[in-house]
Design a protein around this ligand. Structure first.
Ligand code: HMG
Ligand code: MG
Length: 284
């Protein structure tokens, strides 16, 4: 098993999407450009969703147009449907993500569709992306708990993972959207999901509401996962997940996995700079 852990930085998207104050585009670009110097291979910076649903992400095309692209870094965008995909393609995103849910309540609240309907909407996005040679990542939200439906069965997560795999997602990221997952529930979920997809194609996306995200990273490492989503400064939250706090902080995951003997290849000083910028942008 490799001793390398990759952190997929999601701060500029997940970290900022819930912020009420309209953050100037230039500030977002400055944050992305700072993070580009930290050694990440992938940074999620944009979201081509309805501006009525998530106003903060309305300038995603301008952000993609304004950044100084670092060679070797892939700049990612969320794309819930074909309209979003076309926006991401035109703005020259390097990869896109389709995002589903393992629970019906969150699916309806977040993307106004049942799970089955959402998968039908994702299919043409995945097909177009494949034809264009665009990598597609998948997300599954509410992998252990849903703010509307309560506890989520591991098999329900595995079913959505399998559907995203069948559409050609190169990796599926497992979202503990409201940060209520515990090592036991994360482990049970992973056991079911690993029947459908190997650990090398899964990522852990843990919010830290209950302060257990690092323990959840640890159990995921034991199950073979080596990619974790995180946000500098631990900022974030989903507008359609009441009570969801920030993603686990990038700097905390780096310290945690490096203490366990894994290499991340990241520059901690640059990450600290990015975390300070992100906090200032959110006024915390
Ligand atoms: P809808 O209202 O059902 O969509 O929303 P619609 O197709 O009926 O269209 C309604 C209006 O939206 C139309 O405009 C469309 O043009 C427009 P109008 O005619 O009213 O002026 N529209 C769009 N505009 C821009 N870009 C688009 C787009 N699509 C339609 N792509 C929709 C369905 C999916 C669009 C909506 O529910 C939406 O945008 N949801 C996004 C919610 C979101 O971004 N949530 C946060 C990200 S997910 C997350 O944070 C979880 C994650 O971090 C993992 C985890 O933690 O679990 C990934
Ligand atoms: Mg999230």
């Amino acid at each position: 098993m490799t001793s390398h852990v990759e952190i997929f930085e999601v701060g500029p998207r997940d970290g900022l999407q819930n912020e009420q104050r309209p953050i100037p585009t230039a500030e977002k670009i400055a944050l992305v450009d700072c993070l580009g110097r930290a050694g990440f291979r992938r940074i999620e910076i944009a979201s081509f969703v309805s501006p009525k649903w998530v106003p903060q992400m309305a300038d995603s095309a301008e952000v993609l147009a304004g950044i100084a692209r670092v060679p070797g870094v892939r700049y990612a965008a969320l794309t819930p449907n074909l309209k979003g995909y076309e926006g991401a393609l035109a703005a020259r995103a390097d990869e896109v993500a389709i995002f589903g849910s393992a629970s019906e309540g969150f699916s309806k609240a977040n993307i106004n569709a049942s799970i089955a309907e959402s998968l039908e909407r994702f299919r043409p996005v995945a097909e177009r992306a494949q034809a264009d040679g665009m990598p597609v990542r998948g997300y599954v939200s509410c992998v252990t708990d849903c703010p509307y439906d309560g506890p989520v069965a591991p098999d329900a997560v595995a079913r959505v993972v399998a559907a995203l795999r069948d559409m050609g997602c190169y990796e599926v990221s497992l979202g503990d959207t409201i940060g209520q997952g515990r090592p036991e529930t994360i482990d049970a979920m992973l056991q079911a999901v690993l029947q459908e997809m190997p650990a090398g194609r899964l990522a852990g996306h843990y919010h830290d509401t209950a302060g257990r995200a690092l323990e959840n990273v640890s159990v995921s490492l034991e199950r073979g996962l080596r990619v974790f989503d995180a946000a500098v400064g631990g900022l974030g939250g989903c507008p359609y997940a009441p009570g969801a706090k920030g993603n686990v902080a990038t700097e905390a995951v780096v310290a945690h996995v490096e203490a366990l003997g894994y290499a991340t290849g990241l520059d901690r000083a640059v990450i600290a700079e990015g975390a300070a910028m992100a906090r200032a942008m959110r006024g915390v």
